[in-house]
Design a binder for this molecule. Sequence first.
Ligand code: OAK
Length: 810
Amino acid sequence: MTILTKENLKEELRQRVRESYAVELEDASADELFFTLGSLVKAIYNDNWRETWKNYLKEEQKQSYYFSIEFLPGKMLKSNLLNLGLLDLVRDTLSDLDVDLDDLADVEKDMALGNGGLGRLASCFMDSIASSGLPGNGNGIRYDYGLFKQQFVDGHQVELPDEWLNNGNVWEIRRPSKAVNVHFAGDVYLKENENGQLKPVAENEIILRAVPYDTGMVGYQNGIVNTMRLWSVEIPASEEGKYKSIEERRVYEDLTAVLYPDDSNERGRMTRLIQEYFFVSAGVQSIVRYFQKLNKPWSALSEKVAIHINDTHPALCIPELMRILIDENDVTWEQAWDITVKVMSYTNHTILAEALEKWPVYLMKQIVPRMYQIIEEIDRRYVESMRGIHPEDLIQRTRIIQGDQVHMANLSIIGSHSTNGVAKLHSDLLKSVVLHDFYVIYPDRFNNKTNGIAQRRWSQLANEPLSNVLDESIGQTWRKDSSDLKLLMNYQNDEKVLEKLAQAKHQKKEELAEYIQETTGITVSPNAIFDVQIKRLHAYKRQLLNLMHILKLYFDLKDNPELDIHPRVFIFGAKAAPSYTYAKAIIKTINEVANMINNDASIQDKIKIVFLPNYNVSLAERIIPAADVSEQISLASKEASGTSNMKLMLNGAVTVATLDGANVEIRDAVGDENICIFGLTEEEVYAYYENHEYYSKQIYDENPVIRRVVDSFVDGTIPNIGYEGREIYDSLIRYNDEYFLLRDFDDYCRAQERIDTTYKDQALWRKISLVNIANAGRFSSDDTVRLYAEDIWQIEPIFAHTEKEGTSNV
Ligand code: OAK
């Protein structure tokens, strides 16, 4: 493509709209224009995509493959334009046509093939891997329906299907020529072949076709385009007649229809196991096929390929690679095992017991019989190899198959060379508590990689006013290298810059206030403190603690209407897993409290509550730039890292936090005086676990403020929450408050008072906000993936090769 100007961009769009839709540019609908622009953008980066791939092949670059059952990229138009260096040009061109780029970008449906943290991290990594010029690709599932759409009906969460593909997906390329077959079920037994080798023979298998859809992952102004490959199921023509019933067929043909909507909660469903093996087998087969093109011995596989297991859902990568090497390529078990361990690496994303994935032996035998046989052999050899080296009880606690369960984390650790946590505290807890037994056995395999965020999306794309202030004060280098945000520290006492930052925040608050008005009918003032908690609804994240503090404030205001607090808008965004009744009870209760307070004239708008429905990446992009306060209040030790904490900090919000996950590193980055820390520490939480001396009822009995708040869930104060209020009350009192809300309540209220006092001192607040922005650079996922590349995957950037040939994008 030639150099793009406004004129030839217009001409291109005009031609393409005519060709595709038989209309003139001026008459094109928003959908038509969006698809035309999207396909043009894709055409622009296609050359680079092909070149990138050819370079990897030519240079025989080692490549990493990030296997993740979730990817959550959100919308891609503006991000692609930014990365191609075309954002301003396209904005101007469209504006000549009386089209607003932001409105047009809104036409795109969010690609929401993930639940929350784990999926969003995978997408931040895809952006950063490409932007750092690293040869790394994604591998996952192309769900027909992404995460459900959330609506509130009478305050209850209602789930609707996310039909994101209804209008097609402009970014993907279907590649049937790269399809592979995946084999399930059947009877598998070992038989000696003519060479005297034992080989599996399978009968009555189910064979499915895995068809890849590739999406270009465009690097930031570096000419690199990597691939995110998502697999979709089809029934091969040869298998059509083999299904015993429509129900049986449906299980398989709907295999990639829906994403399981549980976050950090494993439910052991059959279809989920099939999904896991489906994308794992397809992905590993296609990687091996690529490697075979290089004509190298198998011993070189780990020099050319790194496979990353994003939490345990893709753990079958380990036995699948073993299967391909042993069954299909006659590699010996010993050599195959050596190769597999070198190729694989694993990230753990949670310490919650309910999230640790286990599969019943009977289900594995039924669904993936060959995988089970290989896992059994891995397990047998593991036990054998450890005998005499480690005590028997340690071996039994760490083996893969225990009783009638297959432990996927154990498989992931034993079958890989690296296990990492996602924040320092989390990685330490893995070593000292959760995976301590494995740390004793494999101390060298454990490491930490603190999460990061794709800073370009969360600053340049989401927050233009802030970006402009940064450009004017510290220049533009921060756009490429976020560590340069540090330069902002030189302006801590610069009234002009502080004022401009405050104006930028105000502008985003006005925009959000308008959106809140339009979507919920609630009027909020941009002069109020915007206090934000946005994340999945989960008991351990303690949205309920936030609500309890709001109720306390409400009662304080009822008792003393003149109470001098700065007006505050409490903003929530959260989806609950459809089967998680307790989380849904909290949503209903927040909505009812919101109704009660927002409509109580005596409160004089001093507090407002807004629960925005359908929290997703796009909504996050509206909320985060407008936030003054970031609520990161999980019970210490429970949140592996958190990433909204980093996004909010980057946008100048002040954090109220427990010392949990990456909050600890945020505290270290900004200093105690620029963050509001409260609550039990992880050590104190563990001390309670050990001495069993926590009695929530005692706190309730002794603390009248807490009693009033807790009673309000059941005494009729809050309307319409009979059942929900009872469930919440019982969790706090009858079941002894598993997440120590009552224990942390007073300290949390004190932290909130500090926020109020500090906000009233605007000079101080603005400075704290600046310090947060200035120190957010260290949480860039560019840095995180560089560390993965160096320490775990041993892959190198390809800039060296492309620079020679020029990196122009257009
Ligand atoms: C989801 C399913 C199973 C296990 C973990 C998850 C998950 O989303 N974990 C989250 O991962 C994020 C990215 O590492 C972390 O920031 C969150 O703290 C963690 O809960």
